[in-house]
Design a protein around this ligand. Structure first.
Ligand SMILES: [Fe+2]
Ligand SMILES: [Fe+2]
Length: 289
C-alpha cells in the first residue's frame, strides 16, 4: 500500500563537493560520443538558472510549513545552490571546448520569462513537476551504468553526485505543493498537477532537443540522419527517455508520491562510485594542511 509521504527517517544532507576544477574536460567527454555528450551538456546549461527558479518557487511557500518540511526545504535549497555552482563550473568546461551556449541560455531565459508575473503556486507546480522529472532521470542515471559508461571520471562523478542528491530531495517540492494546496478539492489539485506536468514535459523535451541540435550543429553534425541518431540515443539506446516513461506515467496515478518508490540504496551506490573522484582532492587538502 502506498504511503504517499516522505520517509520519517529521511535525512537530506548537502554534500559540498567540487569536481574537475584542476582538469581539462574533453570536447566529447562521454564515451567520445558527440550525441551522448550533447545530451548532458544541453541539460547542464539549463541547471544554473533552472535550479535558481526551483529554489525561489519552493522558498516562497516555506512559511507556515511543519518543522520537518521547513528543515527539508532548507536542505533542498542548500543542495540546489551547490548543484548550481558545480554546473556553472561544468558549463565552463563545455565553453572551454569551443561550444557557444548562448542560444541554449536564451532558450532557458525564454522559458523562465513565461513564469514572471504568474501566481506563485503555478511556479511551485512547475517546480514540483520538473523535480519529479529530475528525480526519475537521476534514478535511471545511477541504476543503469550504461548511461555514463565510458565517461571521463570527473564529469561522470559530478553527474552521479548530482543525481544522488536529486533522489534524496525528490519529495521536497512535492510535499511543499501538497502543503500549499491542502485546502484544494482533490480533483482540482490532480487536474492542475497533471496539466502542468504535460506542459512542462513538452517544454522540457522541446528545449533540450533544440539545445542538443545546436551543440551537434557546432560539431558539424546536421541533417535528418543526425536527427535520427539523436532520437535513437534518447529513445533507443541507452534510451533515457524510454526508460523513464513508466515512472513519468506513475505521476498521474491516484496516491502518487515520489517516495512510494524508496530508492535510497541508489544514493549509497552513487556515493561509492563518485568517491573515487573526490578522494584525491581530500588527500591533497590534508597534505597541504
Ligand atoms: Fe539539483
Ligand atoms: Fe532538485
Amino acid at each position: 500500500m502506498a504511503k504517499a509521504t516522505s520517509p520519517a527517517d529521511l535525512a537530506i544532507t548537502p554534500r559540498d563537493y567540487r569536481f574537475g576544477r584542476d582538469q581539462k574536460m574533453g570536447r566529447w567527454w562521454l564515451n567520445n560520443d558527440p550525441y551522448a555528450t550533447a545530451f548532458y551538456n544541453a541539460l547542464s546549461v539549463t541547471f544554473p538558472k533552472g535550479e535558481g527558479f526551483f529554489i525561489d518557487s519552493v522558498r516562497s511557500f516555506r512559511d507556515g510549513t511543519p518543522p520537518k518540511l521547513a528543515g527539508e526545504i532548507q536542505a533542498f535549497i542548500k543542495q540546489e545552490v551547490i548543484h548550481t555552482r558545480e554546473h556553472v563550473a561544468f558549463n565552463r568546461h563545455v565553453t572551454d571546448q569551443g561550444y557557444d551556449v548562448t542560444l541554449l541560455e536564451r532558450h532557458v531565459d525564454k522559458a523562465l520569462s513565461m513564469t514572471k508575473g504568474r501566481p506563485a503556486i503555478a511556479n511551485l507546480a512547475a517546480t514540483m513537476a520538473l523535480e519529479h522529472f529530475t528525480a526519475i532521470i537521476a534514478q535511471q542515471l545511477i541504476a543503469n551504468p550504461k548511461h555514463l559508461a565510458g565517461g571521463e571520471q570527473q564529469p561522470a562523478a559530478m553527474w552521479r553526485w548530482h543525481a544522488s542528491e536529486e533522489i534524496e530531495h525528490k519529495g521536497v517540492a512535492y510535499d511543499t505543493w501538497l502543503h500549499a494546496t491542502r485546502d484544494w478539492p482533490r480533483f482540482t489539485r490532480w487536474r492542475i498537477k497533471a496539466l502542468v506536468m504535460i506542459l512542462t514535459t513538452i517544454k522540457f523535451f522541446n528545449g533540450r532537443r533544440k539545445g542538443m541540435l545546436e551543440l551537434l550543429r557546432q560539431d558539424g553534425l546536421t541533417g535528418p540522419l543526425v536527427w535520427a541518431r539523436m532520437a535513437w540515443f534518447v529513445f533507443g539506446n541507452p534510451g533515457m527517455g524510454r526508460k523513464i516513461a513508466g515512472a513519468w506515467v506513475s505521476f498521474f496515478l491516484p496516491g502518487f508520491h515520489p517516495w512510494n518508490h524508496d530508492d535510497r540504496k541508489l544514493i549509497a551506490l552513487a556515493e561509492s562510485e563518485y568517491e573515487a573522484a573526490i578522494l584525491p582532492r581530500t588527500t591533497k587538502a590534508l597534505v597541504a594542511a
